[in-house]
Design a protein around this ligand. Structure first.
Ligand code: PAF
Length: 288
């Protein structure tokens, strides 16, 4: 186990904040090292990433950092749920070895002046809806990879475009191996997300319509439909039945490039973004 950098007791992760503390803890960390980057408010999806890392790595590290550069508005950033004590308890339960919980100045020290911009795969969908979002994500993940130097890094498929953006960057810059992990869902189909906490009771009851709608689209594809708009229409028809759902987009795109399709002839990604009140949720299912 890790001795340098602040390990308190066996069973609890070492918690480090500064880059110097992190470097000291990493010196003592057995390899391979798996990193699970998070913004905290951990849930079953994060637990599954840690569990996967546990099976493949001698050391499992979790980063907890709410990255201001990936939020479009200060209001959205301010309302992002946070509880470090809760997150550390979950990390301890999951057998995490090392938690890096830096402050903003540890991640972006004075003079920091680099932005990472990934190309085509970052442009549509979330990239179009949230200008600058993926530059913020790619930049912080590059900082995390540079500081932690993980052998493997674990990301959920719920954030499908984020996964592709980070995988592109990691491959192009030879940073690490990105491991995609399946979306974890509530029993009613709602994908686990830190943002679910903002849903009112009525919105929470309505939100499983996302998975039902995607499943309806996939059922059309499984039945042999290859016209992409017909499949998108099947998704929209289910969403239209839920008055609390305000649809931002329904996409059926090439699985690798995320370019919108006319016909589905190969692997594709069916995805959507929908607002319930002030909470914006995304979800997706793979076709093929
Ligand atoms: O998916 C997230 O929680 C964040 O976007 C990430 C990858 C930790 C970067 O801040």
């Amino acid at each position: 186990m890790i001795e340098k950098g602040g390990r308190a007791r066996a069973g609890e992760p070492a918690v480090v904040r500064t880059r110097a503390e992190l470097a000291a803890a990493l010196e003592a960390a057995p390899r391979p090292l798996g990193l699970v980057p998070t913004m905290g408010w951990l849930h079953a999806g994060h637990r599954s990433l840690v569990a996967r890392a546990r099976t493949e790595c001698a050391t499992v590290a979790v980063s907890i950092f709410v990255n201001p550069r990936q939020f479009g508005s200060q209001a959205d950033l301010a309302k992002y749920p946070r509880s470090e004590a809760r997150d550390l308890a979950i990390c301890a339960e999951e057998g995490v070895d090392l938690v890096w919980a830096p402050g903003v100045d540890d991640v972006y020290p004075a003079g920091f002046d680099t932005t990472v911009r990934v190309g085509a795969v970052a442009r549509p969908l979330e990239g179009a809806a949230r200008p600058g979002h993926f530059e913020g994500v790619a930049t912080v993940v590059a900082v995390l990879f540079g500081a932690v130097r993980p052998d493997r890094a674990y990301f959920g498929m719920k954030d499908a475009q984020q996964l592709r953006v980070i995988a592109r960057m990691a491959t192009d810059l030879s940073l690490t191996t990105v491991v995609p992990c399946p979306t974890v869902r509530e029993p009613d189909g709602l994908a686990m997300s830190s943002r679910n906490v903002h849903l009112s009771l009525a919105e929470r009851a309505a939100a499983p319509v996302l998975h039902r709608a995607l499943a309806a689209g996939r059922a059309r594809w499984e039945a042999g439909e290859r016209d992409a708009e017909a499949i998108r229409d099947a998704v929209r028809a289910v969403l239209a039945g839920e008055p609390l759902a305000r649809v931002e987009y329904v996409s059926l795109a090439d699985d690798a490039t995320l370019a919108e399709l006319d016909r589905v002839e190969g692997p594709a990604l069916l995805s959507l973004a929908v607002r319930f009140g002030s909470t914006r949720l995304i979800d997706n299912l793979a076709l093929g």
